[in-house]
Design a protein around this ligand. Structure first.
Ligand code: HEC
Length: 621
């Protein structure tokens, strides 16, 4: 189209405005107020608070806007404006890379085709039970009592340590908030190699054999999926696996027989805070890729109907739906039935669908959805509904749901009587056992918590075949001086349920935060909370559960007695010379392999205390 006169005048005017704007350097503070504070001054949400951003290098903040999670938010900003806001918020100077002395003296990774000892991906087995066998764990109950810190590794410039390590025969592979993937030597914590991904990597990476070598498989928080050579860290291939711009990958991939299965979630629920955002058009999906070259084998959306316009909001913004039902956790594989199971999150907009807050059973070969079992219907919710925001994008009264996503994987177990069950824990505080052989029919249900937006079962349960262990977040916020802070005496609790019928075997009450200061100086949003939101890990005789107060505890699986307790909320001297401290424990659970335990501490989200450390423990003789 030819440029019309009015457009031309407009253009000249814009150019003049741009030139005069350039003469006046943009104010980072003004841009922050206008473009960032609406989200980052909301304490206790999914969003890191301003105080956490202020601890990041300015270059890292810039990277988040240019190529990371803030890309679409920053899209309308000019380069100088991005630089101004990054400088205003962050720490000046170059972004730190690993120190040369942090690398191993001899850098060689040799992996066996079938590893002797491993915790590969989200769970050691395809059933997602997060149970490590006695042989692979190499830790008895009495050795757990004697666990001592062996080394600590600092994640430079990070506010969270949130990627669960994958461990294969003495090698650790782990992502990070900076998007740096690390290969470390498990005995000493020295670096074998690093790879810089384009965005933060929060999931546990999965390793698959590939020819004579191995592939490290993972996705980032902007929706790109990668395959690296495990031996060298060299990129083999990468691709975007979902065209929606708000897609994010956070559920760990599951590898099976030469293919990798990936669940796709999104940021769109958060975008809806903006009244001008046309909410919503993302649908969750599962994608099957060939490990060798990344070729797509199949892709199945969790919602059949494509989103379409459904009207206007009170402020005149387009409404779209159906949307949501993202997948936030690792797919579970059932080799016997040749099925794959995923759990889904809520819908973001009306109309609500029958496949949100559901467990889906897919045919492993074709991806066809063979059955779905929804546990909460009518759950349309987005961040525009959060208290204090009450935005026009929140679905109307009557169409709005309670935000009861499934955030964790369904666990496939065999009861002592030999019956297969799929067990799933929800943010509602409910645990469900479904029959995978009967289209997900409910076998038993049990309540383990109160539930809520950040309540109930968050990152996942564990099962040793006798019991299923379910800890709850049920984190609670209150307002002090108009800042939302975590309550030190609400949330948490660990319940053991009999796998066979869901009855309670025992309950371990949450431990109070005690005399720990409620509010860190200068970080009013980082309170203390006993919430047990992090994923659990089981080995024979023990279940591990971390809490937002920074403690990692080992409970006897027989009666729930605490047999080991380590407080991570302190500073650590690290093998890589990076200053590091522990904080809230949230997200992934510990990984136990061949007599060692590895865990992250620090989760600067939901009001939790930031931290940036990977810890390795071994029993002291
Ligand atoms: C619509 C809400 C929203 C707005 C507006 C917003 N952010 Fe964010 N921001 C988020 C969310 C959600 C995350 C969490 C991402 C994650 O979990 O890693 C985040 C994370 C970040 C991070 C951490 C990224 C990392 O590498 O860990 C930075 C830095 C950041 N935002 C900067 C900004 C700046 C600068 C602005 C203003 C130009 C801004 N944000 C505006 C929602 C928002």
């Amino acid at each position: 189209m030819q440029m019309g006169r009015v457009q031309f005048i407009l253009c000249v005017w814009l150019l003049a405005a741009a030139i005069s704007a350039r003469a006046q350097p943009p104010s980072g503070e003004a841009i922050y107020k206008q473009r960032c504070s609406g989200c980052h001054d909301q304490a206790g949400s999914r969003i890191p608070p301003r105080e956490a951003l202020q601890k990041l290098p300015a270059l890292r903040i810039l990277r988040a806007m240019n190529a990371g999670v803030m890309m679409t938010v920053a899209y309308p900003l000019r380069r100088e404006e991005r630089e101004a806001v990054a400088t205003y918020l962050g720490i000046p100077g170059p972004e730190p890379g690993p120190k040369p002395e942090a690398f191993c003296k001899e850098r060689a990774i040799i992996l066996k085709q079938i590893p002797t000892f491993s915790w590969n991906g989200w769970s050691p087995m395809l059933n997602n039970a997060r149970f490590q066998s006695a042989d692979a764990a190499g830790l008895s109950i009495s050795q757990v009592r004697k666990l001592k810190l062996k080394w600590a590794f600092g994640l430079d410039g990070e506010i969270s340590a949130y990627a669960q390590p994958t461990v294969l025969d003495g090698n650790i592979f782990m992502g990070s908030g900076a998007g740096l993937i690390y290969a470390l030597h498990a005995e000493s914590g020295c670096i074998e190699w690093t790879y810089q991904a384009g965005a933060p990597v929060r999931e546990a990476v999965a390793i698959a054999p590939l020819g004579d070598h191995h592939a490290v498989l993972f996705g980032d928080l902007t929706g790109t999926f990668y395959a690296l050579e495990a031996e060298t860290g060299r990129l083999l291939w990468k691709k975007r696996i979902e065209e929606h711009e708000a897609a994010l990958l956070t559920g760990s991939p599951t590898v099976y027989q030469g293919n990798v299965y990936v669940g796709v979630a999104s940021w769109e629920e958060t975008r809806a805070i903006n009244p001008a955002y046309p909410c919503c058009s993302f649908r969750g999906s599962v994608v099957a890729l060939r490990v060798r070259d990344g070729a797509q084998i199949w892709k199945t959306y969790t919602i059949n109907d494509a989103p379409h316009p459904t009207g206007k909001t009170s402020t005149g913004t387009l409404r779209q739906g159906p949307s949501g039902a993202g997948i936030w956790s690792a797919p579970t594989i059932d080799p016997k039935r040749k099925m794959l199971y995923v759990t889904t999150g809520d819908n973001y907009s009306a109309p609500a669908t029958t496949t949100s807050d559901a467990v889906l059973g897919l045919d492993l070969a074709t991806g066809r959805t063979l059955w779905s079992h929804q546990v909460t219907s009518g759950d349309a919710f987005n961040s525009g509904c959060m208290v204090g925001i009450d935005g026009p994008n929140c679905p109307d009264e009557g169409q709005r749901g309670p935000d009861y996503d499934f955030g964790s994987s369904a666990i496939l177990v065999k009861t002592p009587q030999g019956r297969d069950l799929l067990i799933a824990g929800q943010k509602s505080g409910m645990v469900y056992a479904l029959d995978p052989g009967r289209k997900g029919e409910i076998v038993w249900t049990q309540r383990v918590g109160k539930g809520g937006t950040i309540g109930g079962v968050q990152w996942g349960m564990a099962s040793d075949g006798q019991n299923v262990y379910a800890a709850v977040s049920d984190a609670y916020f209150f307002t002090k001086d108009q800042v939302r802070i975590l309550s030190p005496d609400q949330g948490g609790g660990l319940t053991a349920l009999h796998v066979a019928n869901g009855t309670k075997a025992w309950y371990a009450a949450p431990q109070p935060c005690g005399s720990r200061p409620l509010v860190e100086p200068k970080a009013a949003t980082s309170g203390c909370s006993p919430a047990q939101s992090a994923a659990l890990t089981a080995i024979p005789g023990i279940v591990f559960s971390g809490s937002m107060d920074g403690h990692m505890r080992a409970f006897a699986s027989e009666d729930g007695q605490v047999v080991w307790d380590f407080d991570t909320r302190r500073e650590f001297s690290t093998v890589n010379g990076v200053s590091a401290k522990g904080g809230a424990i949230d997200g992934p659970g510990p990984v136990v392999v061949n007599g060692m335990l590895f865990m992250n501490s620090g989760y600067g989200r939901f009001g939790g205390a930031p931290g940036n450390v990977l810890l390795a423990f071994a029993p002291e003789d």
